[in-house]
Design a binder for this molecule. Structure first.
Ligand code: HEC
Length: 465
């Protein structure tokens, strides 16, 4: 496969992080859109069965507008994800589309239904009967949840492809080991988000008095009761994770563990606040508290998504594709053929580079490292290698998967590796206008020996410290 899709250069931002940023905003909005649908159904039902007259004020108030905004923004950021992912890792998204195009088409169909039902409710609900409104809302909530259902299969497959690896069957891939825990977990997150945003909205509807507010807040908080199941689902999810990924989360990678702790801590705080309040029968969440809790929920979502994305390393699709878009079974071949031999694209500012060696190095960097690193911005290779001498650098890059087991093995020739080292050294030296071009044959053969020692296999679970 000679198709090259160069990773975009976002300056000091590392592409993987740009991807994560867009994804987190999207997930947050989309999950609120799902939960908002459920909350509206519940309140519509409360209103039409005479259980709560105040609920009607809520259903007809700002909340439905928020839900509308959230699914419009959710759709826009969804498109943003496509734009970003083709710039960050076209091979990954390509592989996902290739395997799951029917699932994706189904998801989009539900999304259309969601948009139509949601808009009809928003536009016509004052002219429709209670029953029709409830039907529309149920349709909206169902379609929104179904779009989560379908996309969840594709996303969880990336980390836990399970039996699909051997069978390549769509069903095995879709209903992979992570499917159910992650679907149920996300559903609860959706409900929690809607409940918290509901509490904020209740606090800003001017026509409500304190008792009405209290009543609506108590009702909205019912959607947080399923949070009780979160610990069990969380453990279930962790158990379906591959050993090495779980290892990162539970201490192997300090950053990942930190985010995991943030996520767990914030969820615990929200859950205990709501449940203790409900338990004591006098839950009242004022606007400021609800907003604070919502921020915590955003933190928990962000932390959770970061962990989910991060713990896949070195893969974007486990055992199928490394984060840099190279497939494990290509590595041995690329060691001989070279990874940028056929790369037709110039690198950014190519004319400022001093010679061909450095240019090849910059291309190798773009191909193999740029998803997770920048050269001298965030997670910069120049900084990470600063304390190493040249030979240490050569050896540690040649044995990349042993240097840090969440990096893929180096997938290029010894000359390419030396070019990469020259590129790093050149940037480290302040990008001088002239730079030595030649390579010492002895250096190149030493690199070859290191590459052979490292082998072409990724590091597996056993090498976690
Ligand atoms: C899957 C993502 C990923 C890819 C691809 C990747 N790295 Fe890394 N690399 C990381 C992460 C994460 C760290 C840990 C950073 C830290 O400790 O702050 C790291 C650490 C490093 C370090 C420091 C190691 C140490 O022991 O301190 C170096 C050097 C490095 N990478 C170089 C590279 C080079 C060169 C490439 C391309 C050939 C590359 N990486 C490809 C994710 C990646």
């Amino acid at each position: 496969m000679n198709n090259f899709y160069p990773v975009n250069d976002y300056g000091p931002l590392m592409p993987g992080l740009v991807m994560a940023g867009v994804a987190i905003v999207h997930v947050f909005l989309a999950q609120f859109a799902v939960g908002g649908g459920l909350l509206l159904c519940y309140f519509q039902w409360l209103a039409m069965t005479g259980r709560s007259e105040t609920a009607r004020i809520f259903v007809n108030g700002y909340f439905r507008i928020l839900v509308l905004i959230s699914f419009v923004l959710g759709a826009l950021t969804g498109v943003g994800i496509w734009f970003t992912s083709i710039q960050v890792s076209a091979p990954t998204i390509g592989q996902m589309v290739f395997n799951f195009h029917w699932v994706w088409a189904t998801e989009w169909t539900f999304f259309c239904l969601e948009v139509v039902a949601g808009y009809c409710f928003y536009r016509y609900h004052t002219q429709l009967s209670d029953r029709t409104n409830l039907t529309l809302l149920i349709l909206y909530a169902f379609a929104a949840w179904m779009s989560l259902f379908w996309i969840n299969g594709i996303l969880s497959w990336q980390l836990t492809p399970g039996d699909w690896l051997a069978s390549r069957s769509l069903i095995d891939g879709f209903l992979n080991p992570g499917f159910w825990p992650s679907l149920l977990f996300r559903t609860i997150v959706c409900m929690t988000l809607a409940s918290l945003i509901g509490c904020i909205v209740v606090n800003v509807i001017p026509s409500l008095d304190r008792t009405q507010r209290q009543e609506l807040i108590n009702r909205a908080a019912h959607l947080m009761i399923p949070m009780l199941a979160m610990p069990v689902l969380g453990v279930w999810y962790l158990l379906t994770m591959p050993d090495d990924s779980r290892g990162w989360v539970l201490g192997g990678s300090p950053a990942m563990m930190l985010f995991f702790m943030i996520s767990v801590g914030a969820s615990l705080a929200i859950g205990s606040y709501a449940l203790i309040g409900l338990w004591m029968q006098k839950l009242y969440i004022n606007g400021a508290t609800a907003t604070l809790l919502l921020f915590m929920a955003f933190g928990a979502t962000a932390g959770g998504e970061f962990v989910r994305e991060g713990s896949r390393k070195p893969y974007t699709i486990r055992h199928v594709m490394y984060s840099n878009g190279i497939r494990p079974d290509e590595v041995a071949d690329l060691r001989i053929r070279g990874c940028v031999t056929d790369d037709p694209y110039p690198v950014v500012h190519e004319k400022d580079l001093p010679n061909d060696t450095v240019t090849v190095g910059a291309k190798v960097f773009r191909k193999q490292c740029a998803v997770c690193h920048t050269i001298d911005g965030s997670n910069a290779v120049v900084h990470l290698t600063a304390s190493w001498d040249e030979d240490q650098m050569r050896m540690n890059i040649a044995k990349l998967q042993q240097t840090k087991p969440f990096m893929p093995p180096f997938a290029g020739t010894a000359q390419e590796l030396e070019s990469l080292v020259q590129y790093i050294l050149w940037v480290e030296s302040g990008r001088p206008s002239s730079w030595a071009q030649g390579m010492n044959p002895e250096t190149v053969s030493q690199i070859s020996r290191w590459l052979d020692e490292a082998g072409t296999e990724p590091a597996e679970a056993r090498s976690i410290r």
